[in-house]
Design a protein around this ligand. Structure first.
Ligand SMILES: [Zn+2]
Length: 478
């Protein structure tokens, strides 16, 4: 009997993204993160009788922009619905969401799959909803506290098809989604602050089988580091179950990062009878065509487009272009350096190494002005500074500012291309290393690098390396 085909994972993702607004979705309360518990609340978001919700115009603009950035069709008419369920952090007893008529449908997002190259995820729908409050289990021993500040904070939910074939793919998609939403400036996508949260539908099937296996829903994945872990734990669990002759039960699971395991949500919490119906307090959301066109016009060039353009315009590799366009501010900075006159390839190398390393270590971001970096690159190109010396100047300009040439002069790093001076250094090196000179002359020509190193050391990095090499070769032959 042939061995059974191996298993394939099928994953679909539902991502909740907090929109970048100052106030909540249906009231004027602040949507800021980190306020003292229960201070950003009012009768509307607490669901007190008689309070009436009113949709936040900016939230709607951002939601439409998010939908357009993901290539969705934005519907001119969508409907807010009540999603009814009981939970302590939901004072109204329902969440305002969209159900049968969502804001947008039928989008797609291409991303780089680690297994399949460029892959495309379908965006089945994108709808607007409000967030619920938060249960705090670690505040008081043996008690659960409730913070309602988050109640009513505007979200979009972005639902993909069952398109991912591995936890790694799901993660790659999420990183791309985050990139696009950050470019479109609709959200800060900060997972640690809860502004991007993911639920996943996971099932497994034998490779080659068309039908989907029974899926489970994994919730509570709240960091990028956990996405792969949580999904791997769940697909391993399902495969072990099936190989042991069992069946997968359709259920909702919570991921526990501390134990790296999943556990079923209590049956009561998992009740899926939400009894949706249109919210009688809110009229249908009707969007004019001009409004949608305005939002489209406000979208910047998105990462995929920018990447292609960088490859085309600056003759960069796809990998380099991907690094440079991962963050919009870095991409803009790179282009500013090139526009200030730097060679495109050299500028790419500087931004990908020194600039990004410096930005990683310093919260204040890109510290060397684009014009200054362009000048610095010019100094290396013109032979005034060695690459090594330029790196020092870069650090100095980052820490203390200043013009690269002045800084290089002050540090005594200007390269010496005076043949007389360089010949002096070369002679001194050769005199103090007679054994190596003899070895070189008897054929060990790879010692040239050693001599060059000695000249650079003696000149404290100031010797023009090309000139030094030429003088060395002449003197060693003699
Ligand atoms: Zn409120």
């Amino acid at each position: 009997m042939a061995a059974p085909a191996s298993w394939e994972t099928v994953i679909g993702l539902e991502t909740h993204v907090q929109l970048r607004t100052a106030s909540k979705m249906f009231c004027g309360c602040s949507a800021a993160f980190g306020a003292p518990p229960n201070t950003n609340v009012c009768p509307v978001c607490l669901g007190l009788p008689g309070a009436l919700p009113m949709a936040n115009g900016l939230a709607l603009q951002l939601a439409v922009r998010a939908a357009l950035a993901l290539g969705c069709t934005v519907h001119s008419r969508s409907v807010f619905a009540r999603k009814n369920y009981f939970y302590p952090d939901l004072p109204k007893g329902y969440q305002i969401s969209q159900f049968e008529q969502p804001l947008a449908t039928e989008g797609s997002l291409s991303y780089l799959s680690p297994d399949r190259g460029i892959a495309t995820a379908t965006i089945q729908r994108l709808h607007v909803e409000e967030d619920a409050g938060k249960s705090l289990h670690d505040r008081f021993p043996k008690h659960t506290a409730i913070d309602l500040n988050r109640c009513g904070v505007p979200l979009v939910e972005i639902v993909t098809g069952p398109d991912f074939r591995s936890p790694q793919e799901a993660r790659a998609y999420l990183l791309t989604l985050k990139q696009v939403l950050e470019y479109a400036a609709v959200s800060d996508c900060d997972m640690e602050k809860g502004s991007l949260r993911v639920d996943a539908n996971v099932s497994v099937r034998r490779v080659g089988r068309p039908e989907l296996g029974t899926k489970t829903e994994v919730k509570n994945i709240n960091s990028f580091a956990y996405v792969e872990k949580a999904l791997t734990v769940e697909h391993d669990r399902q495969i072990a179950l099936l190989e042991g002759g069992g069946t997968v039960e359709q259920q909702t699971l919570l991921y526990d990062a501390k134990t790296n395991s999943v556990r079923p949500q209590r049956a009561k919490e998992a009740s899926h009878d939400y009894r949706y119906f249109p919210d009688p307090d809110l009229p249908p959301l009707v969007l004019r065509e001009e409004f949608i066109a305005e939002q489209q016009a406000l979208l910047p060039e998105l990462p995929a487009k920018k990447r292609e353009r960088f490859v085309e315009k600056y003759a960069l590799s796809v990998t380099d272009a991907a690094v440079l366009t991962a963050d919009r501010s870095v991409a803009d900075y790179y282009e500013a350096v090139v526009h200030a006159g730097a060679d495109a390839k050299a500028a790419a190398n500087w931004v990908m190494t020194e600039v990004l390393a410096d930005a990683k270590d310093h919260a204040d971001g890109l510290r060397v002005p684009a014009g200054a970096l362009a000048n610095l690159i010019g100094l290396v190109r013109g032979g005034t500074l060695s690459h090594q010396a330029a790196k020092r100047v870069f650090g100095e300009v980052a820490d203390h500012g200043g013009e690269p040439r002045n800084v290089a002069e002050a540090l005594g790093l200007i390269q010496v291309a005076d043949t007389g001076v360089v010949t002096g250094w070369v002679s001194e090196v050769l005199v103090s290393h007679p054994t190596e000179v003899a070895r070189y002359r008897s054929g060990e020509t790879k010692l040239l690098q050693f001599f060059l190193g000695q000249v650079m050391k003696l000149s404290r990095g100031k010797a023009d390396p090309k000139l030094a090499q030429r003088v060395l070769e002449e003197k060693l032959v003699a």
